[in-house]
Design a protein. Structure first.
Length: 249
């Protein structure tokens, strides 16, 4: 039987191992994700979105930095206790030095981002909770990074997470996302094992087409500077939710 989201102890997510493997330096794939997102965010007026959400924030600060120029408030919603504790420490005591490189790139691509990390993250509120419990139509924009395909091994549950993500925004609201392409079940650090649901651009487009308009799906190749998790790259998405329900609701 596939591992499903509720089978996993998300409170035990290995934050330090994950950061060491992925974010202690700025990898080319993340620079490409940031550039992709910045091109979308630059189309929106500064501070024009009253409330946005990072859907399953993890310990990753760069999506929060990317969205900051257009967001007056960002809810970083996360279920794992270790990730929540990390995010709260970053906001209370100041971000780790590694995030300075991410901040510099985000600001170079969108100069509207405030000049210091604390200022750039001033609008972030960390919420300890299950993203599946978020009310529908609450946000002007939702952002999601490596969540739906890494929450479960079950393809139907992947689609359900994507549905929760899309429904968290108002009709006509904005969606920005990144997925690991063809991610299998994988390890972080020496031993911990985590679920993966292999998806590609075609599958992502299939899931989001009924939920969105102005949908754009693209991809980038696997990054050889990252650990060999078994993925084949990243799938990147932007779009807007339907202004009115499509066929079948």
């Amino acid at each position: 039987m596939p591992i499903r989201n509720d089978d996993v102890d998300w409170d035990g997510w290995p934050v330090e191992d994950y950061l060491a493997e992925n974010y202690r330096e700025l990898h080319p794939c993340d620079a490409a994700v940031i550039a992709h997102h910045a091109a979308y965010y630059r189309r929106l007026p500064a501070g024009s979105l009253a409330r946005t959400v990072e859907f399953g924030a993890g310990p990753n600060l760069y999506p929060l930095l990317s969205a900051a120029p257009v967001s007056r408030r960002i809810d970083a919603v996360e279920t794992g206790a270790a990730n929540v504790a990390y995010l709260r420490r970053q906001l209370a005591a100041g971000p780790d030095a590694c995030w300075r490189r991410f901040h510099a790139l985000c600001r170079r691509l969108d100069p509207r981002l405030p000049g210091t990390l604390p200022e750039a993250l001033a609008g972030v509120r960390v919420i300890h909770g299950d993203v599946r419990a978020l009310p529908s139509g609450q946000y002007a924009l939702a952002s999601m990074h490596f969540v739906a395909e890494g929450a479960s091994e079950d393809a139907e549950e992947f689609a359900a997470f994507c549905g929760h993500f899309a429904r968290s925004v108002v009709p006509g609201g904005h969606l920005v996302a990144a997925f690991m392409e063809n991610l299998p079940t994988y390890r972080i650090g020496a031993a911990s094992r985590w679920p993966g649901c292999p998806v590609d651009g075609e599958r992502v487009a299939e899931v989001f087409a009924p939920l969105t308009e102005e949908l754009t799906v693209t991809r980038i190749d696997a990054d050889p500077t990252l650990p060999a998790y078994g993925d084949t790259g990243m799938v990147l998405l932007t779009g807007r939710t339907r202004s009115r329900p499509g066929p079948g609701g």
